[in-house]
Design a protein around this ligand. Sequence first.
Ligand code: P5A
Length: 453
Amino acid sequence: MRLSRYFLPVLKEDPKEAQIVSHRLMLRAGMIKQQTAGIYSWLPMGFKVLRRIEQIVHEEQVRAGHIPMLMPTLQPADLWRESGRYDDYGEEMLRVKDRHQRDLLYGPTNEEMITDIFRSHVNSYKDLPLTLYHIQWKFRDEIRPRFGVMRGREFLMKDGYNFDLTKEAALHAYNRHLVSYLRSYERMGLQAIPMRADGGPIGGDYTHEFLVLAETGESEVFYDSAITDLSFGDRQIDYDDVAQCQSVLEEFTSRYARTDETHDEAAFHRIPEERRRSARGIEVGQIFYFGTKYSEPMGATVVGPDGSRVPVHMGSHGIGVSRLLGAIIEASHDDKGIIWPEGVTPFHVGIVNLKQGDGSTDGACEAIYAELKSRGLDPLYDDREERAGAKFATADLIGLPWRITVGPRGLASNKVEVTSRRSGDSVEMSPRDAVGRICDIYRPILGLPAPGS
Ligand code: P5A
């Protein structure tokens, strides 16, 4: 993309309404625009990151054997009357009437609807196990929407639902979700720690929240610092291997880590004092096992091996897709702006032309831009008629992890500069080597072909 033709409405001043850094930077970098409290338009660069996050979530869900689909945002109230949650959900639920005076609601979650789909089409235990998921907008009329996309009223969630014959099988589904979430967050450059939590309005007493540690987080958390040494890395997982998924769960949940709702002072004090931590965290996901809470009242049963009908065991599993943008920025920024992890960056590399209009500089930039694109990368070429200082400030604000700076002085000796946004380190090299270097960085992340292949 050429910046001169893009829509990147950056703000020069800090917006007054933003109380936390991610909200401020998303507004300043022209990623979102608030339409009313807790409801945002996603401007092109914000939308691009949202799509990258969705893509990672899809890839990891499909890898775990879960099946994508799409349910509507509007739901009939009658389904929620069956589960009893139509009244329980209270003022957070946005209720509407259609022209025939039928009650609808804008879905805050989809347990009822997916249970209805299941009972309409599945009849036998032989069709289990089954896990369906979608990525869809939700609405919760939060009393205090704030911090931009962190606590929105309309927000994007990945929500998945498992259907199993037995509790044991449903707990394997729970473990599969835990493993796939660990992988997903790491691909986004985040450490998200699973912590024992409370079921809240979704229900169930077996549930973990995934928390990204950040001072601005809304949750109070208590944990053993040894847990922060764990990383999932590139281990290979067979998602059908019950013991393997169970052992990952044990590895990541055996240390003390709880939100304030389930915090137990006595257990906390059994951790050696130097490893005891209390901090704040951003909840970027939650997984639940709730057994037959929905299947029983809604009649979602299957014919079991002995011929009798039994309600299925279920769980639901959510990732806060739109909230993740805020969480990633909270975890990765400096005083100049955002620092995107390579896995989610809107553009892989920025090209900064220091002398727009100079024939050889323009030519070198065009060649680098074309070569990067032909190798499968997504560069942003700053071809605006702007001073170098302004171009650098924009590059720093929008936070692309890599920058190639091209100017007449360097080109005289066939050199451009490659700069890391994170470390600030710059290295001079030929334009050809610069392209090779950027491709090497992204090859494992994007699965690009090896050089010369
Ligand atoms: C699990 C999937 C559920 O709703 N039902 C379907 C279950 N869980 S949850 O914890 O309530 O939400 C899942 C994740 O959605 C994000 N989230 C939000 N993001 C932005 N603004 C909000 N107001 C908001 N509310 C929830 C969180 O990341 C949460 O973990």
